[in-house]
Ligand binder design. Structure first.
Ligand SMILES: O=P(O)(O)OC[C@H]1O[C@H](OP(=O)(O)OP(=O)(O)O)[C@H](O)[C@@H]1O
Ligand code: HPA
Length: 177
C-alpha cells in the first residue's frame, strides 16, 4: 500500500519483519565480536533512534549507549565544514566504540565526524549502519556492520523522515517514481 507524506507518495520497501530479522543478526554478530570489551555504542540523532533502540535490546553482552546530535558549521578554508558532537560526555580513550547510524548516504556526515572521534584515541572505532546507498556515496566510509545496501532513492520510515514526518513508521518506504 502506498502512503502520502506531505506532497509525495511512498511505497513499501523493507518490511518490518525483514528489518527486525536483519537487526537481530547484526546484534548477534556484534555480541559475538565484542564480548568482554564492554563497548560504548554512540547513536547519532535524530534518525538512528529506532535502530539504536532495537539493536541495543537484542545485544546479549555488557554494553553502554549514549546519544548525540551533530551540529555542522562553516569552518575556515583549511578545515572546511566542521561537525561538532552535542552531548558526548564519555571519554573514548582506550574504549571499543560503535557508531550507530540509520543511513550512510553521501557519507559526508561520518567521513567528517569519525576523524574527530579518532582524536580521542578509542581502542577500536566501528560503524554499524542500517542502510547504505553505495551509488550516492561521494565520501567513502568504512561500514563494519551493515544492514542493507540500497539503491539511490529517497527512503522514509523507521527513523528516517521527509521534512519531519514519517519517522514513526515501523517499516521502510521508498519514494514512488
Ligand atoms: O551520508 P550523509 O549524506 O551525510 O547522510 C546521512 C545522515 O543524514 C541523516 O541525518 P540528517 O542530517 O537528515 O538528520 P536527522 O537524523 O536528524 O534526520 C542520517 O541520519 C545521517 O546522519
Ligand atoms: O534517503 C533518505 N531519507 C531520509 N533521510 C535521509 N538522510 C540521508 N538520506 C536520507
Amino acid at each position: 500500500m502506498t502512503i502520502q507524506v506531505h506532497d509525495k507518495r511512498f511505497e513499501p520497501y523493507i518490511a518490518e519483519t525483514e528489518l527486525q530479522q536483519r537487526i537481530r543478526e547484526l546484534a548477534y554478530e556484534l555480541s559475538h565480536d565484542l564480548e568482554g570489551k564492554k563497548p560504548l555504542f554512540i547513536a547519532i540523532l535524530n534518525g538512528s533512534f529506532m535502530f539504536a533502540a532495537d539493536i541495543f535490546k537484542y545485544l546479549t553482552i555488557e554494553a553502554e549507549i549514549s546519544f548525540i546530535k551533530l551540529a555542522s558549521y562553516k569552518g575556515t578554508k583549511s578545515t572546511g565544514n566542521v561537525i561538532t558532537a552535542i552531548g558526548l560526555e564519555e571519554d573514548l580513550f582506550g574504549r571499543t566504540v560503535v557508531i550507530l547510524e540509520d543511513i550512510v548516504d553521501t557519507g559526508k556526515t561520518l567521513s567528517q565526524f569519525l576523524p574527530q572521534l579518532q582524536h580521542q584515541q578509542p581502542r577500536q572505532l566501528l560503524v554499524a549502519a542500517l542502510l547504505h546507498k553505495p551509488d550516492a556515496t561521494t565520501h567513502p566510509v568504512q561500514i563494519d556492520y551493515l544492514g542493507f545496501s540500497v539503491p539511490n532513492k529517497f527512503l522514509l520510515g523507521y527513523g528516517l523522515d521527509y521534512d519531519g514526518l514519517g519517522r514513526n513508521l515501523p517499516e521502510i518506504y521508498q519514494l514512488s517514481e
